[in-house]
Design a protein around this ligand. Structure first.
Ligand SMILES: Nc1ncnc2c1ncn2[C@@H]1O[C@H](COP(=O)(O)OP(=O)(O)O)[C@@H](O)[C@H]1O
Ligand SMILES: [Mg+2]
Length: 251
């Protein structure tokens, strides 16, 4: 039974208690054509948690996020989103469970202005952020609301990519390398935005190379290597395992 088509995301959400698993991935294998990329990924994310997926380039972090959105080739295993098995769901049904994906390449439409880009994705819940709230959180987007996608700086594009999924009402955010290539002042602003989103109870999966950015925000870290999770480190364990982590990440 595909419950996602029968219940609204609010109804689905209401059945999930505090501390419930918003995301549970078990024995996930993913393939691009004949290439076997993920080899049994297991992790869970509880409501309101911010977790990171760390790892060297090519370890499978982006593929994990894309697999959750059903944007790779074949997948096996289990991906529970908000209590629903999504492995058999079509890609366009998955955002309706209240999950928003911010891809590494940001996906801003060059020919549309900021305002039009914001309005593009359909809302999935009635309690998403309003345009007023979004423009308050990102004042620079308000100033640039009539600017075309092509004319935005990298930082503005990233803010827009994030803002766009907040309007949909997504409560689980999958964010892929949002700080990549951005100036320190923009990175700091993104950190403030993530703190605000955490305070609003959002559940966040952050793929991040900039560990100094991610460390103070995260509740738990998952380290990936060769398409598997090889380590879980809680925020509390981090100080004593920092050196070990640096070795694993090769930094
Ligand atoms: N579209 C694709 N087709 C084939 N192989 C891919 C594709 N995208 C990524 N890969 C391969 O999958 C592996 C994991 O990539 P990716 O998930 O992007 O890693 P990460 O995000 O951790 O850097 C890499 O070996 C990469 O070359
Ligand atoms: Mg990647």
């Amino acid at each position: 039974m595909n419950t996602a088509e029968q219940l609204t995301p609010e109804q689905l959400d209401a059945t999930r208690p505090q501390g419930a698993e918003m995301l549970r991935i078990q024995d996930l294998h993913a393939f691009y054509g004949e290439s076997h990329i993920l080899h049994g990924v297991d992790f869970d994310v509880k409501r309101g948690e911010l977790v990171t997926l760390l790892g060297r380039n090519g370890s499978g972090r982006s593929t994990t996020l894309k697999s959750i959105m059903n944007m790779v080739g074949r997948r096996t295993g289990s991906i529970m989103v908000n209590g629903n098995e999504t492995l058999g769901m079509k890609p366009h049904h998955i955002p309706r469970l209240g999950i928003g994906y911010c891809p590494e390449e940001r996906g801003i439409f060059a020919s549309l202005d900021v305002h039009e880009n914001l309005l593009l994705p359909p809302t999935v819940r009635s309690d998403g952020m309003t345009l007023d709230e979004i423009y308050t959180m990102f004042p620079n987007l308000y100033e640039r609301r009539r600017s075309q996608g092509t004319r935005l700086s990298g930082g503005e594009q990233q803010m827009l990519a994030m803002a766009r999924i907040l309007r949909t009402g997504a409560r689980i955010l999958l964010l892929d390398e949002i700080t990549e290539g951005l100036a320190p002042v923009i990175v700091q602003k993104l950190g403030e935005v993530l703190m605000m989103l955490k305070e609003r109870g959002m559940t966040i999966v952050l793929v991040e190379q900039n560990f100094r950015f991610a460390a103070p925000l995260a509740d738990r870290h998952f380290v990936m290597d060769h398409g598997q999770i090889v380590e879980e480190i809680t925020a509390a364990q981090l100080p004593s395992r920092r050196e070990h982590l640096n070795t694993m990440l090769g930094v």
